[in-house]
Ligand binder design. Sequence first.
Ligand code: GAP
Length: 492
Amino acid sequence: MTRRYDEVMSLSLRRGFIWPSVDIYGGFAGFYDYGHLGAAMKRKWEDIWLKYFLGLSDRYHLIDTTNILPFKSLKASGHVDHFTDTLVKCSDCGVSHRGDHLVADTTGKSAEALSTAEIDSEIENLDIRCPECKGKLLPSTEFNMMFPLSVGPTGTDQAFLRPETAQGAYLNFKREFESLRRKIPYGLAIIGRAFRNEISPRQGTYRMREFIQAELQIFFNPRTFDDELDFASVEDEPIRISFEDEKEEGEVGEIRAGDLLDRLPKFYVYHMVKIQQFYLDILRVPRDRFRFAELGEKERAFYNKIHFDIEMNIDSLGGWGEINGIHYRTDHDLKGHQAGSNEKMTVSVEGERVLPHVLELSFGVDRNIWAFLDVFYENEERALLRLPREIAPITFGVFPLVSKGGLPELARKVHDSIKDDFSCFYDETGSIGKRYARMDEIGTPFCLTVDFDSLESDDVTVRDRDSTHQRRMSISGLPEGLRTLLKEGSGF
Ligand code: GAP
């Protein structure tokens, strides 16, 4: 792990963002829990994701579906047969490794596109040995990553923990089509847990066995969808993009959305712009840390026809890393479920019989939380987490300057007057400098301090996290004044 990884993990452990699950028993590889600040930040990230992506259309809605799915539904979706990674075992110590990771760790290049036979020949040619004991590695096999379950007392009903939230939307497609008045396009979003028995969970929350996805499935008629979107409103937007042959070198081009149409469908490019705007404009991720990276035919998931990862440049993970994906799944899933269930998935829209296609916007919540902790954390002159205020776990710290002279009583009153409207934290312990430093380190954008002038003038000091500048705000004007402050573009 890098020094930066240790730095971000240390912040995370000390302050209560994320830590290994069950760590009093030595941990449980691939499982992480959120502490009080992490849970608050995650909830805010999910809320802003929902607000933005459901806001793209009146016809996009949130649903909630089960974590356990029966064998036959995942056989029909292709996961029983194709949701595999390459497993390589050591002949000496028996430890399991992911074949493509062994090759990538040796060559420094992604090996995700390699077949088991190609991985075996790379292992032989490069003389790759077991990283644990230097033993000889056995021939690789395909390993299905789903967690199997036996449901019911007899255990005869075979099922799996869902490997992606997406399937819940496909299984409910027909019912929602009926309840949404038989029109497409429409979208179903799910935020929930997904489960994968990763061969080698690693890099903290980057590769977990239980994780959270926020996915939006957009069902559309491929003949008409392009014309149903306002492409003119996005066509001049420069998109930060790396094609398959450029991404290993870390190259990123900025290409006008309209100029991508000779390579990608309009509906696809339109949603790339919307996703980029979410990261750059709403969440204010530095532009040079964001890109779309194309996956080639052999690298992409079995259900995708077009697949770009949405990446951030994350120092603690050694550079560009996938945090989300934008997937054109065609009619793969509905066709599979139609065949598996004998339920017709074609629909009649304006006299035309259509098997809808799916565009999936797939986000990994845990990877986002980690990426934001990394990208916005500075630990040089002062420890400072410059989180966008919308996802900061605490929005306002409220303090008396000192804990005497009637200041704590007034500060408590200030806190009580705003605590129902904002996430706040009251603190009177330690020096004011230490209290500011604690808030800076967990990303609290503003602190309100009651001082002796407050007793006379009915106002408090408001301190901006990033600039440390202060201004005064009337107590009787709260919470309205704070609402206005949060709407302002930047601090002061
Ligand atoms: N429904 C499509 C789908 O699941 P995916 O690329 O396999 O596509 C989507 O996963 C996102 O879920 C990824 O971009 C990543 O953020 C997150 N994800 C996938 N596997 C993960 C893991 N083992 N640990 C943490 N997050 C993971």
